[in-house]
Design a binder for this molecule. Structure first.
Ligand SMILES: [Zn+2]
Length: 181
């Protein structure tokens, strides 16, 4: 548990809450991978669909964590939804970035970078695409993704500025805080 929180941390938390709620709207029920039905779904995906192996490199590991194929952030706007989560080992969990634009790779680019042979790439890509389809990840149009991104960006900016406003409000109320410095 971190005790240092910047306004961007709280804004990113809001973005994840937003992408979770939208994911649940499409899914038709709540989806918390930490408990209850959500945890059962995650365990099934990890153990049955992917046989306790990393979806990217195929290695068996005890420490497989949840990775969102379409990243769960304001840039890629992946939803927290069964069709968007796969088990992932520690090293594949670090998404690479394009050197020119600094943008994160999408999941297919990451898979291409991780797979050592074309055959591995083919098998794992097919498995991931089948998983997305079987779990019925919503087939969003470009317009829908752009709308999600626009709302997420606005939420990010509003959340960050709310924190600044609170700091300034407190400073206004308690002038001594400013005087003591
Ligand atoms: Zn891996």
């Amino acid at each position: 548990m971190t005790t240092y929180n910047t306004s961007s941390d709280s804004a990113n938390t809001m973005i994840r809450a937003f992408l979770t709620k939208i994911g649940e709207e499409y899914l038709g029920h709540s989806f918390n991978t930490g408990s209850g039905k959500g945890k059962e779904i995650w365990t099934r995906i990890k153990e049955k669909t992917f046989n306790k192996k990393c979806a990217f490199c195929g290695s068996s590991s005890e420490n497989l964590t949840i990775e969102h194929l379409i990243m769960f952030n304001r840039d890629q706007c992946g939803l927290n939804h069964p069709g968007n989560i796969v088990p992932c080992c520690k090293s594949c969990n670090k998404r690479l970035r394009h050197s020119d634009t600094k943008k994160y790779y999408d999941w297919l680019e990451q898979l291409e970078a991780v797979c050592k042979t074309i055959e591995d790439l083919k098998i794992r890509k097919k498995k991931i695409l089948k998983h997305i389809k079987d779990e019925k990840y919503p087939d969003l149009t470009d317009d829908e993704v752009n709308a999600l991104r626009a709302v997420a960006m606005s939420l990010y900016e509003r959340t960050s500025s709310e924190l600044e406003k609170s700091i300034n409000l407190f400073k206004d109320i308690d002038k001594t805080l400013v005087r003591r410095r």
